[in-house]
Design a protein. Sequence first.
Length: 237
Amino acid sequence: MFYWLMKYVVIGPVLKAIFRPWIVGRRNIPTEGAAILASNHLSFADSVFLPLMIDRRMAFLAKSDYFTGKGLKGWATRAFLSATGQIAIDRTGGKASEASLNTGLRVLGRGELLGIYPEGTRSPDGKLYRGRTGIARMALEAHVPVVPVVMVDTDTIQPIGKRIPRIGRVGIVIGEPLDFSRFAGMESDRYILRSVTDEITLALQRLGEQEYEDVYASTVKDRILADRARSGAPARR
C-alpha cells in the first residue's frame, strides 16, 4: 500500500509534473509473471523514474550504503528508497554476492519484476560498460525473460556527485524481451553466463546507441579515482 501511495499520490505526480518523463515501448513489459528489467545505469535517478513510469510494481537491488544514513535525513532516504521498491544488498563480493543473487531470485520467485543494472555500478562517463554475469545466472535459474531498458538523460539532470537534481526531461526506451530458455540447465557454465550477459549488453547498446567499452565500469571508476588522488582533486562517487 505504501508503495502505491507514494507512486500515485505523494511522489509520482510531483516528479511527473517537474521532469515530464517520456517512455517508449511500455508494451514490451510482460503484463504478468516474473521478468528481469536490465537497464543501463547513468544516474541514481534511474532507480526512481523506471518504477514510476511502468504500471507493474518492481524492485531494484540497491547497494546497502544508501540505507545507512543517520538522523532524520537517513530515515527520509530509507523511506524514499523503500517506497520506490529498492532492496538493500551488500555488493562487496564473495558471500555477499551470493546473498544478493538469492534476494533477486526470491523476488522473481514471487512472480514480480526485478530491476538490475548489468554494469554493476553507474557509468562514470556516459558510456556503456561490460556486464556482470550475475544477471545471466538469475535469468537462467529463474527461467525468466530479460527486458532491455535504456534510460535517457538521467545523467543530465543528476550527474554523479550531485544530490539535488536539476530540472530537465528524462526518457525511457524499453526493448523487446530476450528469451534465454535455450540455455536451460546451463546456469553453472561460466562461458554460457558470459555469452548471455554479452547478448544483454549488446541489446542495450543497440537500443540506446551508447558508446561501448569492453571493460568493467568499476575498473574505470577506480582509474579515475586514482588519477584524481594523484592530482589532488576531490573524489566523487
